[in-house]
Write a protein of this length. Structure first.
Length: 365
């Protein structure tokens, strides 16, 4: 990042193109047809599952196109979307999987779109099913995704995920411990398996909400394990603020993972948008800057805000297996130009960034 000059409001800033490492383009922009929604994670899953019964290929494509347009306008060079896999009890991919993998090809040249299946750990716990799914994913994608909460067979599912990812050369991406109940241990299992196997592909862990329950020595031990394992954690403030800590009144817990403590321990932390205008989060738009602004407020990430831009650029890129872009030595087509006098302006701004190469070409003309 280049710091602004002292010339006042006309100052401009240059940063790498953004990376969005966690969205759900199959679900986005469905809230307007759901009626009243609200509640915790289980309620959101139930509402979205009911809406999914109405999905057609054209409907999915229309909504995903809208989401991708928002991401491109936001300045993203790479995006990873999660897609529900079948009916969570099937080895067969869903209708949405077919649509999103097609869109990944259609958008080549505009944005690199990775499609990661969202598969329950109980399904991955079945060795033959895990192998079948891994083979299917390898044919059209590069990431195996799992949902790990409190399933009885979660350890077997995690271990099979690592085995299959190694076999087929896949990255790993887990929704894990998306709750505030004591005793959730999926993150520990993933980190221990990563450390034990020496798996070299990137491992991304989303949510990790229950980490906030730990403090003192137990927290320090967990942070050390995560650091040694090499995993990256992505915090997803919008969805976690909306769903976690539900009570009859005002929530008492924010539901975010321990962002500050993870960073202090040397664990890579990214920020993701997650759900947009669906049962899991009824508001928002696809924009990593908005997600970072939410994370800064919710996790008390104090200025200078330039310290946190890697969470939506270089750290996020590494988390999904992309080569990170740095300003020095980068191609101008890989950089964004903002009319911003400070990083506060940059993160909070609503204006569409410009690709630096386009600006320079226009000035040359």
């Amino acid at each position: 990042m280049r710091r602004p000059s002292e010339s006042g409001p006309s100052s401009r800033m240059v940063i790498p193109k953004l990376t969005e490492c966690h969205v759900h383009l199959d679900k986005c922009h469905t809230i307007s047809r759901m009626g009243a929604v609200g509640g915790d994670l289980s309620a959101a899953i139930a509402a979205q599952t009911k809406d999914r019964e109405t999905w057609t290929a054209d409907d999915i494509r229309m909504r995903a196109n809208r989401g991708l347009s928002e991401l491109i306008d936001a300045g993203c060079q790479a995006v990873r979307t999660h897609v529900d896999w079948g009916d969570f009890s099937s080895e067969a991919p869903s209708k949405a999987w077919a649509v999103l993998t097609e869109l990944a090809q259609e958008y080549r040249g505009q944005v690199s779109l990775q499609v990661a299946p969202l598969i329950g750990a109980d399904i991955l716990a079945q060795p033959e099913a895990a192998d079948t799914i891994g083979r299917l994913i390898a044919a059209s994608g590069d990431t195996l995704g799992g949902f790990v909460l409190n399933q009885r067979e979660r350890l077997a599912g995690i271990q099979n995920a690592f085995r299959v990812a190694e076999k087929y050369g896949l990255a790993l991406d887990f929704h894990v411990d998306e709750g505030l109940d004591d005793g959730l241990d999926g993150l520990t299992m993933i980190a221990e398996t990563a450390a034990k196997t020496g798996f070299q592909g990137p491992v991304l862990c989303g949510h990790a909400c229950s980490l906030t329950n730990l403090s003192g020595d137990p927290l320090n031990k967990q942070l050390d394990l995560l650091f040694r394992s090499g995993v990256t954690v992505v915090t997803l403030p919008a969805t976690n603020l909306y769903l976690q800590g539900r009570t009859a009144g005002t929530p008492e817990h924010r539901g975010l993972t321990r962002v500050r403590e993870l960073r202090a321990a040397g664990v890579p932390v990214a920020v993701g948008t997650d759900n947009v205008q669906d049962a899991f989060c009824p508001l928002g738009r696809h924009d990593p800057r908005q997600a970072l602004a939410q994370a800064a407020l919710a996790a008390h990430l104090d200025p200078p805000f330039g310290d946190y831009l890697p969470m939506i650029t270089t750290i996020a890129a590494k988390a999904i297996g992309q080569t990170p872009t740095y300003v020095d030595g980068a191609e101008t087509g890989d950089l964004l130009l903002f009319d911003a006098a400070s990083t506060s302006d940059l993160i909070a701004g609503m204006e569409r960034p410009q690709v630096l190469a386009d600006v320079l070409q226009g000035e040359a003309l």
